[in-house]
Design a protein around this ligand. Structure first.
Ligand code: 3AL
Ligand code: ZN
Ligand code: ZN
Length: 444
């Protein structure tokens, strides 16, 4: 009789294609066997009885800022990765900025990799940065395993990560295309945003609505159109991060139909929060691009349901509470939402339960598609020989998110106080249980 490390019995196994009750056997960090409708014969060191629970592939969060090394007073790989484990996320891609030094050359990548090896309790991967100073470093970063490159088309808010001017974008994309990697962009127009911000502030207009109006959807659309034209000219694969509106997604869809290799991410905050939340909650709900209005949220859900979105990432961009304070002037205070722990909760509650989004679609957007797009060969689904990255969820349990439940360095989030349906019970990374019943139980 076969012996396994771990057996998960009688859970409803959800993949991008189906959901059905069955057993999963895990050995040496891998999924050894999956059996639908028939139990797996064998013994295991540990058995999880998952009858009545749902078993998902661990989420892959393709967009977090953990700020380590160098800015760990904002977050850090230990607290960041713990929050992911608590949210059912088993792999993250850390952005190249907000850590100091930023990940713009091999040396800096090695610093980050070493920090993650020491501190992360889930699987880390890294983005490289594209900035005006580092085109000559891109290839080496690629050869050393970055998942892709990230550039800002508007100021990043971080002094050591300059936004890419058009020349840098064009030359950078030619270079990235030459070795077949991908460029992700924060696409907002500097010209539009700067000009509107100046106009607003010079008139003393500094409300939440004024801030939002200073970064309008057209600013995203303009930047997306421009970067798509560079993708067409250079043949560089392009990924647009954090689209805040279906109107932005539409531009991407049109390019895809012309044959451009471009994909798009949106974030849970654009699917669950509005300008009203920014007005009511203040700094914790401030981000760029900003939150939009209710009709935009509904349109974006339609885009999700319609297969127009490639991946959903959290864009967890935390900061200390003192930096999130807004005293009447919404142009002040750090833009970035602390949300990495809540992605699955939001998609289940707002997507599945409220809008009938199939569970399979949630798996596709949070695990299968990111694994495919970023070429993680053994991740993104539950099948034999895949890495045993799994999250077990009780869809019948609801809970109110309390700030004490957050594993972030700074326990604030616009989602605190909200009630979610579907609670993460167990998170398994490479066959090891790292989170169970509200507690982190992992070794680093
Ligand atoms: N630097 C950084 O993390 N910026 C992020 N924050 C945000 O709200 N949008 C971003 O791109
Ligand atoms: Zn961004
Ligand atoms: Zn970001």
């Amino acid at each position: 009789m076969a012996t396994f490390d771990l057996l998960i019995k009688n859970g409803t196994i959800v993949t991008a294609e189906s959901n059905a009750q069955g057993d999963i056997a895990i050995k040496d960090g891998k999924i050894a066997e999956v059996s639908i409708g028939k139990s797996i014969e064998g013994t295991a060191e540990k058995v999880i009885e998952a009858e009545g629970l749902h078993v998902f592939p661990g989420l892959i969060d393709s967009h977090v800022h953990f700020n380590e090394p160098g800015r760990t007073e904002w977050e850090g790989l230990e607290t960041g990765s713990k929050s992911l484990a608590a949210g059912g996320v088993t792999t993250f891609f850390d952005m190249p900025l907000n850590s100091t030094p930023p990940t713009i050359n091999k040396e800096n990548l090695e610093l980050k990799r070493a920090a993650a090896k020491e501190k992360s309790i889930v699987n880390p991967r890294f983005w490289g940065g594209l900035v005006p100073q580092n085109i000559a470093d891109l290839k080496e970063l690629h050869e050393n395993g970055v998942i892709g490159f990230k550039a800002f088309m508007s100021p990043s808010g971080i002094a050591d990560f300059d936004n890419a001017d058009d020349e840098t974008l064009y030359k950078g994309m030619k270079e990235i295309a030459s070795f077949g990697s991908l460029l992700a962009v924060h696409a907002e127009s500097t010209v539009i945003c700067d000009q509107l911000a100046q106009e607003k502030q010079s008139q003393g207009k500094t409300s939440a609505r004024d801030f939002v109006e200073s970064r309008p959807i057209i600013s995203e659309i303009e930047a997306v159109r421009r970067i798509i034209s560079y993708a067409e000219a250079t043949g560089c694969k392009l990924h647009i991060v954090h689209a805040s509106s279906r109107k932005v997604v539409q531009v991407i869809k049109e390019a895809q139909l012309r044959g451009v290799d471009v994909t798009v991410e949106t974030c849970p905050h654009y699917l669950s929060l509005t300008v009203k939340d920014l007005e009511e909650k203040g700094g914790v709900a401030k981000c760029c691009p900003p939150l939009r209005d209710e009709d935009e949220v509904e349109d974006l859900w339609a885009a999700v349901a319609n297969g127009e979105i490639t991946v959903i990432g959290s864009d967890h961009s935390p900061a200390p509470a003192s930096m999130k304070e807004i005293e009447g002037n919404f142009f002040e205070g750090w833009g970035g939402i602390s949300g990495a722990q809540s992605t699955l909760n939001i998609l289940l509650t707002e997507g599945h339960f409220k809008r009938n989004l199939p569970l399979e679609k949630i798996v596709e957007l949070t695990a299968t598609n990111p694994a495919k797009l970023f070429k993680l060969e053994n991740k993104g689904t539950i099948a034999p020989n895949y890495d045993a990255d799994i999250t077990i969820v009780n869809l019948n349990e609801s809970f109110e998110l309390k700030k004490e439940d957050l594993f972030y360095r700074h326990q604030h989030s616009p989602y605190v106080g909200k009630t979610y349906q579907g609670k993460v019970k167990t998170t398994i990374v490479n066959g090891q249980i790292v989170f169970e019943n509200g507690k982190i139980i992992a070794e680093k």
